[in-house]
Design a protein. Structure first.
Length: 438
């Protein structure tokens, strides 16, 4: 455990983002919805009225910087704690120290970076000390705290949602770095406003990425007697490939697959291809996407187009045979087909409705006419009595009831008029009419 380890003064080897980290809100860029004049978080920090809170947002939007500002301004003891390197023993040591400080009338602010990496037992260790005020907990997370932070702990913290920085914010931050004495303020750096905008666009809302890219571009610039010039060729090498925000196990994973699914459901192939490509470029396993397409083929297309399922299965097999990058065109094929196919969720509704009945209703016995009777005893018990063999009839239909008595009027599959399902609907209605004609 190391107090203030994020905010020490080892400036010589620190990255640019750490060297120019502001010590007050005056130099903070972005998050106007939280830190603008009169906003709650700004007042909390300026008045040193810190309470337990969680900063939730994507990487590089200022979570750690806000913690460093609080560390500079609070009169409480400030302890930095990493969820990556700390365990239960370290937590207990800090809690005991904080409890002793509380008895002496001193506050302890505990900053936990990447709090989502703590397991339930580790998070539970904080709870009693937060409840009695031994510590003021400040957590930072890139994951949705609703999923990653224990409900009991979360209910005692105020969640502040930080947003990805706007391009204009990033340009302003880059300009600050060029003039900051701990940045490039002591050097003559020649870089155009268009190049700054290119770096900001590449960073995609991430201040750390923007500053790291600027530092790389300057390091690889042309050195002359007049200073350092950032060249077009050098900058192009620094931003040749966008680093997409994508955590295959995190919330963004579910956001993107949701966007893909809903775009296909809304018959929008362009949007569906875009979200699928985002997932692939972020490193998603193509077989995961292919499995989701197989599910979609029955859940959202179903009987409206019976070719959707075999196509989706074929695309899964193609992805398995070829892998990336070749299989991306096969996934595009399936995504486009499913987007344009007629839609019906009748199978999904039937499945979910029946599942609910099975879970909540009384377990019904199988009607005698539907039971097999392979033994003499079973025959004596009337197993199979009344069974009617459909193939023995001209219509290939019988009036035999197949549902339990209490459910014989229950309908699970309700076909639509979409695509090929219209024919299935007409067939089912004809069967039901015939069965009603005794």
């Amino acid at each position: 455990m190391e107090q203030m380890s994020l905010f020490d003064n080892r400036k010589e080897t620190a990255p640019l983002a750490s060297r120019i980290r502001p010590a007050s809100l005056k130099g903070f860029v972005g998050q106007e919805h939280l830190l603008g004049p009169g906003k709650v978080l700004r007042q909390i920090i300026e008045r040193d009225q810190i309470s337990s809170m969680i900063f939730w947002g994507p990487p590089g939007v200022g979570k750690t910087t806000l913690a460093s500002i609080i560390a500079e301004q609070t009169k409480a003891e400030f302890i930095n704690f990493s969820a990556v390197t700390s365990g239960i023993r370290e937590i207990k040591e800090v809690m005991n120290q904080a409890e002793q400080s509380r008895r002496m009338g001193l506050r302890t602010v505990l900053f936990v970076d990447e709090i989502h990496r703590f397991n339930k037992a580790q998070q539970d260790a904080f709870l009693p000390f937060v409840e009695k005020g031994s510590i003021i907990l400040i957590g930072a997370t890139t994951e949705n705290p609703s999923f990653e932070v224990n409900a009991a702990l979360l209910s005692r913290c105020r969640v502040f949602v930080l947003k990805a920085l706007k391009e204009s914010d990033l340009v302003r931050l880059l300009e600050q770095a060029l003039h900051h004495p701990a940045g490039f303020g002591t050097q003559n750096i020649r870089i155009t406003s268009r190049q700054l905008r290119a770096i900001a666009e590449f960073a995609d809302g991430d201040a750390r990425t923007a500053l790291n890219t600027l530092e790389m571009a300057v390091t690889n610039g042309e050195i002359s007697a007049g200073g350092i010039t950032v060249t077009e060729e050098g900058l192009a090498q620094c931003i040749s490939r966008k680093s997409l925000l994508y955590d295959k196990n995190g919330e963004e994973h579910y956001n993107l697959i949701s966007a893909l699914h809903k775009s296909m459901r809304n018959s929008d192939p362009d949007a569906a291809i875009y979200w699928m490509s985002r997932m692939l470029e972020g490193g998603e396993n193509p077989l995961y996407i292919a499995r989701r397409l197989i599910r979609f083929a029955s859940e959202d297309v179903g009987m409206a187009d019976n070719q959707a399922l075999p196509l989706a299965v074929a695309v899964y097999q193609a992805c398995h045979f070829l892998g990336m990058p070749e299989c991306n065109v096969h996934l595009t094929h399936a995504v486009t087909y499913l987007s344009l196919a007629p839609k019906s969720n009748a199978l999904y509704v039937a499945c979910e409705t029946c599942k609910q009945d099975v879970a909540t209703r009384r377990t019904e016995p199988v009607p005698l006419q539907l039971r097999n009777a392979p033994t003499k005893l079973m025959k004596e018990l009337n197993y199979g009595k009344g069974y009617e063999y459909a193939h023995d009839t001209e219509e290939k239909l019988t009036h035999m009831e197949c549902m339990p008595e209490s459910l014989k009027e229950r309908r699970y599959y309700v076909p639509t008029d979409q695509g090929a399902e219209k024919a299935a609907k007409e067939r089912l209605e004809a069967v039901r009419r015939w069965k009603r004609e005794e």
